[in-house]
Design a protein. Structure first.
Length: 444
């Protein structure tokens, strides 16, 4: 006599609106669309530095949709202009010039470093980086591109090839014409040296890579001034000056990927690369540029932009609504002196994070610039063994305590902290209180 097969247990019916949405997310979206938290947070509405879930719980947002909400959720100074434009004209494509794409491009030419003058607008950082590499190859006649290990450049096939994180390079990504140099990760130096005695030896690897891993004549070097997904890895002050000279020696263009570091995020300056006193040939950006409205930007000198071969079009690039949102965001950053706020409040924030480091041995490194700060968590400060499980615990406990933060790093052991540019010291104090409590609740 055979035993009847047991039926599978019935799926538990959703008990809340959030449960229902999470269940449908699993059913209808690609499983690769990752969510934070053991029980994903279903956002309902937001205002300035706060976000609420469907159950009405309020959170202080120190991640801003991955450094994208730069001047506050639903900031009325931005949304009022967006709403007015939506009611006037929402879309035309680049086939028809409009005053807003021109006004934004002119403003960008005024505030970008050096002779950067002409822009091409898209819908994302991925597209912006793709356009930059394509333009560099056209302008130089060379094909080889040098990027950095731990880089993240986007989700297209080419952007994945430039990216140097295994989890984002699955399914046969082919890096034809793309080579990766060691990155300036001082906390985990790939050359096992110590700064500053090392004399920034990692920068010289760029030249060695060009000599051995390329044709010897490159189209471009592309890098994030501070590596975002990599865990806010921040190079020493000499790094980019050394690399810039090497890139020029081998005929390449210098591309600054400012998708995360742009628009005052690092403090005082408009763009992160300016902190290293280097002027790029091409600059890309997206994310915080329009305070949450999808936009991408590739800006180059007139000479380089004019070298583009053939025709080009962007259906959504330069959309009137996105251009209005971006210009309004830039103007607000100017009017409210938020670059300076990112510097001063960022310094206050950094000091408070270093106090947490002194209190909790779990925090191995504090790094970043302005309002772009990171905590790298380790099991032992001497061995620097990554602590990804503890990092996840802190992320979860911070949420339970009312604070939203990010996570990153190749080993999943870096907390990424990027409050809006117009936060106050009082907001920092509240965020630190939540973080302190979260660390105190981590179980070994």
């Amino acid at each position: 006599m055979t035993t009847p097969a047991k039926s599978a247990p019935a799926a538990q019916a959703p008990t809340t609106r959030s449960d229902e949405i999470i269940a449908k997310h699993k059913e209808f979206l690609w499983p690769s669309v990752a969510n934070y938290y053991q029980r994903p947070l279903v956002a309902d509405h937001a205002q300035m530095q706060y976000l609420w879930d469907l159950e009405g719980r309020r959170y202080l947002d120190f991640f801003g949709g991955i450094l994208t909400v730069s001047v506050g959720h639903c900031n009325p100074k931005i949304t009022s202009k967006i709403n007015a434009q939506v009611n006037r004209m929402q879309h035309t494509s680049t086939l028809y010039p409009n005053e807003h794409i021109v006004a934004l491009a002119e403003k960008i030419a005024q505030i970008t470093p050096g002779a950067l003058q002409k822009s091409f607008f898209t819908s994302s950082g991925t597209e912006a980086n793709e356009a930059a590499i394509l333009l560099a190859r056209m302008a130089t006649g060379s094909y080889d591109v040098v990027a950095l290990r731990h880089a993240y450049s986007g989700s297209s096939q080419l952007a994945k090839a430039v990216t140097a994180h295994a989890p984002y390079r699955k399914a046969g990504v082919i890096s034809v014409g793309v080579s990766h140099a060691v990155n300036p990760y001082c906390y985990r130096c790939p050359l096992h040296l110590t700064y500053p005695e090392c004399e920034v030896a990692c920068a010289n690897d760029v030249e060695n890579l060009i000599q051995t891993g390329t044709s010897g004549s490159i189209a471009a070097f592309i890098a994030e001034p501070i590596q975002g997904v990599g865990g806010f890895i921040t190079p020493p002050k000499e790094y980019f000056k050394i690399v810039f000279k090497i890139v020029k020696k081998y005929g390449g263009l210098f591309i600054a990927d400012e998708v995360q570091t742009g628009w005052g995020r690092t403090g005082k300056k408009w763009f992160g690369i300016e902190q290293w006193e280097v002027t790029p040939d091409i600059l890309t950006s997206a994310k915080g540029m329009a305070n949450g409205v999808p936009i991408g930007m590739t800006t180059a000198t007139a000479e380089i932009a004019d070298s583009y071969q053939g025709l080009n079009i962007a259906t959504f690039g330069g959309n009137p609504v996105t251009c209005v949102a971006a210009r309004a965001t830039i103007e607000l950053i100017e009017e409210e002196n938020l670059r300076e706020n990112a510097h001063t409040v960022g310094a206050y924030f950094r000091a408070k994070l270093e106090e947490l480091q002194a209190k909790y041995p779990l925090i191995g490194d504090v790094r970043g610039m302005g309002l772009m700060q990171a905590l790298e968590l380790v099991k032992d400060r001497k061995t620097k063994e990554p602590a990804p499980e503890a990092t996840t615990q802190v992320l979860e406990r911070a949420r339970d305590n009312g604070l939203l933060i990010g996570k990153g790093g190749l080993y999943g052991n870096v907390l990424r902290l990027a409050p809006m540019l117009n936060i106050s010291r009082a907001d920092v104090d509240e965020g630190i209180r939540c973080l302190d409590k979260a660390f105190s609740e981590v179980k070994a």
